[in-house]
Design a binder for this molecule. Structure first.
Ligand code: FAD
Ligand code: NAI
Length: 475
């Protein structure tokens, strides 16, 4: 006998589990199906983000940064360490514990909110007068019926053609988070978010890291001035980044991995490494969903087609997160999940795509919201810019973390904030002020007139806002 629900969510990542919780809060009978298995074969909800994405990468970024500080920066603070050791197995085990805490937290939240959780693979099986039929394949096979379906099946790492992931030598983000011993030479293909974050982790732990990037410009989506600053700092840290390359072939054997490529001048080059991370973007998970059973429209790149409100071509079928257009970010997936649950309840759920923050968790961190200077120029928008360096901020000096700057871009006439770009300590936290300001359509003068605690990094934000009007006080 099929079990009936108001809402069935397929996928328990940040898009799916948050949609399920919000729908349950709104009084619906909700089920969430997720197929992720932990090492013991048990349920591990949370998707890519929790299991092999945001959470474990941030755990390793934190651990490796402690290691780097202990090895290189504690002495600046007058702290002496006799000898420094690395217990990589323990570091990886700690990361796994952090992941498990998050998996367990989601299972607890499902119970608390009375979301029925099904551990298994969900697919469309048909449509009846009761709604959509969803088959669950797993330990306990079931068929569910649902008035509304939310597809939140996420994405997977894109392999390089001719070089499938073996997760031993040619690694996706999954293998990159679990290398059992620090490779002497680590290659990375793709200088995007994963390449820089994972490259930073293993460089700090002792690898010689070389990153090969196809595009001629470094961090093309980032404001040019911030990207230039980032290239300078990462270069100083020892990350070797080669831009404008064309990969010819990747060969893995017992000795390691050899990448042959043409450099930016078209000259043939060879990179020999012990391990290779391939981080060249991600592909949506729509194979295996049996969308064809109900006529769900999937585009030529494999994304579920949706409108601005996450409606698919089918009535009462919605899709959110990495499996649809837009940035592949956990918080974007969550916002869409909440908005869809509220729309199902007849409310006016809304996602403001102009104020979705981006963060790259390198050191220094890079964070931004809104438009870059190059985008404003291309659009012919008149703007004023204000910048403030962390080198002139008292708290950053006290931290010993003075690289980077805050940059404001504001409309020339109205002074409305159009974009804020930060490279520096705790940029991931500082950017929230800019997001709030932009949501309220604040001007740079609004931020400049607000009292900020002293000494704090947020004073650099205020000073950059003041600098828009050429009246920074401390620079
Ligand atoms: P997912 O998290 O991919 O979840 C989808 C879930 O659905 C998975 O559990 C999957 O197994 C399951 N599933 C798929 N098909 C089925 C099916 N047919 N039946 C049942 N279950 C199914 N984003 C950030 O915002 N900040 C970060 O710091 C960040 N760091 C990242 C680091 C790495 C290394 C990676 C790879 C990604 C990172 N991301 C980060 C991106 C973030 O992980 C994704 O944007 C986010 O996980 C998308 O959420 P989602 O719910 O759409 O999909
Ligand atoms: P990405 O899109 O950030 O970067 C991929 C890079 O690979 C690009 O610079 C691209 O030009 C390059 N590339 C593509 N094909 C190539 C080729 N054949 N040879 C050489 N270079 C090539 O994708 P990435 O790093 O894989 O991450 C996927 C997504 O996961 C990100 O876009 C982001 O949405 C999400 N993510 C977010 C994080 C965060 O918010 N901090 C952290 C990690 C991932």
């Amino acid at each position: 006998m099929a079990k009936n629900f108001d809402v069935v969510v397929i996928g328990g990542g940040p898009g799916g589990y948050i949609a399920a919780i919000r729908a349950a809060q709104l009084g619906f009978a909700v089920a969430c199906i997720d197929d992720w298995k932990n090492a013991q074969g048990g349920p591990a909800p949370g998707g890519t983000c929790t299991n092999i994405g945001c959470i474990p990468s941030k755990a390793l970024l934190q651990s490796s940064e402690h290691y780097e500080h202990a090895g290189h920066h504690f002495k600046d603070h007058g702290i002496q360490i006799g000898s420094l050791g690395l217990d990589l197995a323990k570091m990886l085990a700690r990361k796994d514990t952090v992941v498990k805490q998050n998996n367990d937290g989601i299972l607890y939240l499902f119970k608390k909110n009375k979301v029925a959780f099904f551990h298994g693979h969900g697919s469309f099986a048909g449509r009846t007068e009761k709604g959509y039929e969803i088959a669950v394949a797993g330990a306990a096979a079931e068929t569910l019926t649902a008035k509304h379906v939310i597809v939140a099946t996420g994405s997977s790492a894109r392999p390089l053609s001719g070089a499938p992931f073996d997760e031993k030598q040619v690694l996706s983000n999954d293998g990159a988070l679990a290398i059992p011993s620090v490779p002497k030479r680590l290659g990375v293909i793709g200088a995007g978010v994963i390449g820089l974050e994972m490259g930073s982790v293993w460089r700090r732990l002792g690898s010689e890291v070389t990153i090969l990037e196809a595009l001629p410009a470094f961090l093309g989506a980032v404001d040019d001035q911030i990207a230039r600053e980032a290239a300078k700092v990462f270069g100083r840290q020892g990350l070797k980044i080669h831009l404008g390359v064309k990969i010819d072939a990747v060969k893995a054997d017992r000795k390691g991995v050899t990448v042959t490529y043409a450099d930016s001048k078209g000259e043939p080059q060879t990179l020999a490494v012990d391990k290779l991370i391939v981080s060249i973007g991600r592909v949506p998970n729509t194979a295996g969903l049996s969308g064809e059973a109900v006529g769900l429209k999937i585009d030529e790149r494999g994304f579920v087609e949706v409108d601005d409100a996450c409606r698919t071509n089918l009535p009462n079928v919605w899709a959110v997160g990495d499996v649809v257009r837009g940035p592949m970010l956990a918080h974007k997936a969550e916002e869409e999940g909440v908005a869809v649950a509220e729309r199902i309840a007849g409310q006016h759920g809304h996602v403001n795509f102009n104020t979705i923050p981006w963060v790259i968790y390198t050191s220094p961190e890079i964070a931004w919201v809104g438009q870059t200077e190059q985008q404003l120029k291309a659009a012919g928008r008149a703007y004023r810019a204000g910048t403030f360096p962390f080198a002139a901020n008292g708290r950053a000096r006290a931290l010993g973390d003075t690289a980077g700057l805050v940059k404001f871009l504001a409309d020339e006439k109205t002074d409305e904030i159009l974009g804020v770009h930060i490279i520096g300590p705790f940029a991931s936290e500082l950017i929230s002020e800019a997001v709030v300001a932009m949501e309220f359509r604040a001007s740079s003068e609004d931020i400049a007139r607000i009292c900020h605690a002293h000494p704090s990094l947020s004073e650099a934000t205020k000073e950059a806002a003041l600098a828009v009007d050429k009246r920074a006080l401390n620079f």
